[in-house]
Each structure stands twice: as C-alpha cells, then as structure tokens.
Write a protein that binds this ligand. Structure first.
Ligand SMILES: Nc1ncnc2c1ncn2[C@@H]1O[C@H](COP(=O)(O)OP(=O)(O)OP(=O)(O)O)[C@@H](O)[C@H]1O
Ligand SMILES: [Mg+2]
Length: 235
C-alpha cells in the first residue's frame, strides 16, 4: 500500500468515520454495539472492548475503535510496537484517539468455524502456538487467546487480537481451547460435523467465565487458610 493511499485512508477515518460513528459498551462482558455506522463502512467484528470496521475502497485494512470508557487502547498500540512483523499477526499502520488502523486478516474465527461446522486442521493450532512463542520472544505475554481472537485462513492459523499481551499474569484460555480441540473437537465434533448455534457457544463462554471466577475464589480461600495455618505452626 503506497503512502498517499494510507494518507487518504487516515483522512477518511478522521473526517467521515470517527465524527459520525456511534458505538457503546452495554455490558463489559459482552461485545460492544455499533448503533450507527456511516455509509459505506462495513462492520467486520466486535469484541468486548472495541468494534472493527472497514471501508470497501480500502479492503486490506480495518479500523478498530474502542468504545467510550473501555480501556486498553494505549496498551494495544504498545503491543504492536513490540511485536514487529510476523505472518500470523496483523500490523498497526496508524493509531490515534482511541482507534487503530490495522492490516486486515482474512479468515474465519475458530468460534465461527465451530458455529459453521468448518473443519479446523491441526496446522491451524500449530501455527497459533508458533505465533504465540514468537510473541513471547518479543517480550510479550499471550493473554486472552480465545475462539474469537484466533482465525483460520486457507488451513493456516492467525492471531487477530493481541491487545492484552502486556498482561503478565497467567492466562489458561489458549491451553483450555487446545484441550477442547484435541479431546472434544477432533474425536467427536469434527467427524460428526456438529455445528453449535450461537446461543450454545454463548452458554459455553459464560459458563467458562463463571467457573473461572469460582476457581479464583476457591484458590484465594485455600491460600488464606493455608497462610493462616502456616502462621500458627510458626508462632
Ligand atoms: N485485523 C483484523 N482483521 C480482520 N478482522 C479483525 C481484525 N481485528 C479484529 N477483527 C475482528 O473483529 C473482532 C473484534 O476485534 P478484537 O478481538 O480485536 O476486539 P476486542 O474488543 O479487543 O476483543 P476482546 O473481547 O477479545 O478483548 C475479532 O473477533 C475479529 O472478528
Ligand atoms: Mg477480541
């Protein structure tokens, strides 16, 4: 993409998209909603923090706009700065005032693959593992790698959302997703070509969060009991 086209895109975003776009986060645990998107912009996706749109005249780039009040914009810019180039990740072309212009990744999220009953080959999982290792080597901490943040394109794996890769605390989402892939998807879902409707995927997503919170609370309680007993034995 040449420089003048980039400048045109940036100008269009500043003049035609940002002043008119209406976007809100109703519940921080659910995807943000676009209530008004000016013509001819098209919505590509929505996460719990931001919406992603593209302009038909610039089909290889997307604009990711954070909903008002949702954090993480500066961190995402920093992650892209540290990441450099890798074929499984996007690249950041420009960032300002709560939005980023990113290279568009073509493909289907693994979440949508399950919904549509598309076959996910092992190579996709291997590519994503390799990409996450690359990110670790660049001083990042893969975090929040779930089914809507990874994609399949022509049988290869891509990582579409790296916004939480500065968070150092352990995140098991990718390992759990891989476990589900090898234990459930390959032996049962894939051969039977099972498709899961969105409401079932939503239940899985919400139960996952619920059990994650429950586990954290239990860990905290056990840790407190353990610390108290330890104190008693040493006093
Ligand atoms: N570079 C890209 N190319 C194509 N589609 C993209 C790109 N970035 C994001 N998307 C689409 O937009 C969706 C939302 O983007 P993203 O996951 O980055 O938002 P988020 O609010 O940070 O998500 P989360 O809730 O996981 O934190 C993605 O699931 C994907 O479908
Ligand atoms: Mg996301």
């Amino acid at each position: 993409m040449d420089g003048s086209l980039i400048d045109q895109l940036i100008e269009t975003v500043h003049q035609e998209l940002i002043p008119k776009l209406q976007i809100e986060s109703i519940d921080p645990h659910d995807p943000v909603k676009i209530s008004y998107l000016p013509h001819p912009w098209q919505q590509l996706g929505a996460g719990n923090y931001a919406a992603v749109v593209y302009h038909p005249d610039y089909p290889n780039w997307v604009v990711k706009i954070y909903a008002p009040g949702r954090p993480g914009f500066e961190e995402e810019v920093e992650v892209y700065r540290r990441l450099g180039y890798h074929p499984a990740f996007s690249e950041c072309l420009y960032a300002a005032e709560g939005f980023l212009i990113l290279k568009r990744l073509h493909g289907v999220t693994l979440y949508d693959c399950i919904h549509r009953g598309l076959r996910i080959p092992k190579q996709v999982i291997k590519d994503i593992d390799e990409a996450l290792d690359y990110a670790r080597k660049r001083g990042l901490y893969p975090h929040d790698v779930h089914g809507r943040n990874v994609m399949m394109y022509h049988g290869r794996g891509l990582v579409v959302d790296i916004s939480d890769f500065l968070q150092e605390e352990k995140c098991s989402k990718w390992n759990n997703l891989k476990r589900a892939y090898y234990w459930l998807y390959r032996p049962i879902f894939s051969p039977l070509r099972i498709r899961l409707p969105y409401f079932v995927l939503d239940i899985v997503r919400k139960s996952y969060r619920f059990f994650g919170k429950l586990k954290n609370s239990c860990d905290r309680i056990f840790y407190k009991i353990y610390a108290r007993q330890n104190k008693k034995t040493h006093s």
